[in-house]
Design a protein around this ligand. Sequence first.
Ligand code: SAM
Length: 210
Amino acid sequence: MIDQSYPNMTPVVIDFVSGKTAYRRKYGHSGGEAISRAVGIKKGHRPHIVDATAGLGRDAFVLATLGCQVHMIERSEVVAGWLDDALCRAMHDKKIGALITEKLSLTCGDSRAALLYVPFEPEVIYLDPMFPHREKSALVKKDMRMLQAIVGADDDADELFNVALSVAIQRVVVKRPAYAGFLADRNPQASIKTKKHRFDIYLVRAVRHV
Ligand SMILES: C[S@@+](CC[C@H](N)C(=O)[O-])C[C@H]1O[C@@H](n2cnc3c(N)ncnc32)[C@H](O)[C@@H]1O
């Protein structure tokens, strides 16, 4: 049945090889520097990251292209299916096949439990829970609106955040819209701001000893 509440929506296809995501890989990503600083990338240090709210895999892909090992977890079977399909296609691409095979992996499941069984020690846990979008203008938002229509609101994000704080080895990074409050009303140790977003950084040692 066609959902008439989204008449202008086109099917979502995640494409790491061509299109917008590939463009970011080749020519840089406006938030690339910010996300890189937020997860603690330094010369000679590429943290192992679990993206516990994988969604369309855009942030995970940027982090993988920056050299990090990234394990994605997505609980929506529909969205995880899109991601799996995108990974399978990209693995066979001449240019990025090796990067995808070496750096990106995926689990379909709820991170509140799945975080306990990731394939490596998660130095950094990255969270970008769904936040109701205010504006509908830019075309780039279409996929996100579609995603929101499918997965709904992530009302349990605070709970996921607490699990992440107890599992991460170094830090938890939370991506928020610039206008949004802190997740779980918890002040981060630092924030990195871009025009539209904010990356809130929670150093787990500092948090665990509060
Ligand atoms: C805003 S989207 C993330 C977008 C992503 N950062 C990107 O770059 O495409 C949030 C996603 O997190 C997923 N999610 C939320 N809570 C989750 C949980 N506890 N476990 C696994 N996935 C979760 C939602 O299903 C949704 O697909």
